[in-house]
Design a protein around this ligand. Structure first.
Ligand SMILES: NC(=O)c1ccc[n+]([C@@H]2O[C@H](COP(=O)([O-])OP(=O)(O)OC[C@H]3O[C@@H](n4cnc5c(N)ncnc54)[C@H](O)[C@@H]3O)[C@@H](O)[C@H]2O)c1
Length: 278
């Protein structure tokens, strides 16, 4: 189906080919849409960066641009965006405006939790510091508010636009593997989805939804989570349909990103039915 013909969708959260956002970007194009992509990188609003942090941001942005151009074509527009910096959001909105772009929706596919590091045991909630707690909240939850606000205030989201965020069952329940601090941030993200759905539906006819996806180790974020590989196996065995794959997520995302329909404030499970189990 060409659900997204002549629609322009912003895709955030591409790091490499394994990013869930990349599968969704491909599907948006498959459905006739145009994608523009933002990636984490160094901006004029970063200050006091250590050499290591500068190197990380530069390499992350380079990998993002290379992946987008290779997978989606050289003509795909790319922009740096750090969602924790209001100035970066404003620059990004100004850049879209300068190019005469307006959006029919966007994908929020962004998460970070300093208590999750590859090969490291995830901290218990009792040990999470204030900095770790608010860091995860800032990047993984509040960013949905700040990015949406930036786009709305710059008049970049058309009427009937659709906003979609990615979440996980660990927002609500203690997951098979430790999800802890980021689970709390995902709970906030989902609550923000519901509040924004109410406000923006009323004011702008804009829909806001989230999808909880199966555990997936093919991305950078997923591969760092302690015990996720075992969770993938367990959930696959115990889901009526087996784990949902990135293609399943992409198909459902493109459907929710379309301008038609009156589905909003929904937290949809794309997980092969795992969530119905006791
Ligand atoms: N992998 C899984 O098992 C799984 C399951 C369900 C939901 N999700 C969610 O899907 C989304 C995408 O994750 P993924 O698995 O594709 O991993 P990923 O590592 O490919 O994507 C995470 C993205 O967040 C971006 N990001 C982090 N800090 C940022 C900042 N300050 N500003 C802008 N961007 C920033 C990273 O650059 C990266 O592109 C996340 O919200 C994740 O929680 C993942």
């Amino acid at each position: 189906m060409q659900y997204l013909k002549e629609k322009t969708i912003l895709i955030t959260g591409i790091t490499d080919e394994g990013s869930l956002a990349m599968s969704i970007a491909r599907q948006v194009r498959e459905e006739g849409g145009t994608v523009i992509c933002s990636g984490l990188g160094r901006t004029a609003h970063h200050s006091g960066l250590s050499d290591r942090a500068r190197d990380f941001l530069d390499k992350t942005y380079e990998a993002f641009e290379t992946t987008v151009k290779k997978e989606l074509g050289d003509d795909t527009l790319t922009f740096p965006l750090d969602v924790t910096l209001d100035g970066s959001i404003q620059d990004f909105c100004d850049a879209l405006k300068a190019k005469g772009i307006s959006l029919n929706g966007f994908l929020h596919s962004i998460a970070m939790d300093k208590t999750i590091k590859a090969g490291v045991v995830i901290k218990s909630i009792l040990d999470v510091t204030k900095d770790e707690f608010f860091g995860a909240m800032d990047v993984s939850a509040y960013s949905l508010v700040s990015l949406t606000r930036g786009l709305i205030h710059s008049d970049l989201l058309k009427k009937n636009s659709s906003i979609l965020a990615l979440s996980y069952l660990g927002a609500e329940k203690v997951a098979y593997h430790p999800y802890k601090n980021i689970g709390v941030a995902k709970a906030a993200l989902e609550r923000i989805v519901v509040e924004l759905a109410h406000e923006l539906g009323t004011s702008h006819q804009i829909k806001v939804n989230a999808i909880r996806f199966s555990p997936y180790t093919g991305s950078k974020a997923g591969s760092a989570i302690q015990g996720l590989a075992e969770a993938v196996e367990f959930c696959d065995k115990h889901s009526p349909l087996g784990n949902a794959q990135p293609e399943d997520l992409a198909y459902e995302s493109a459907y929710l990103l379309r301008s038609e329909g009156r589905v909003t404030g929904e937290i949809r499970n794309v997980d092969g039915g795992y969530h119905i189990r006791g």
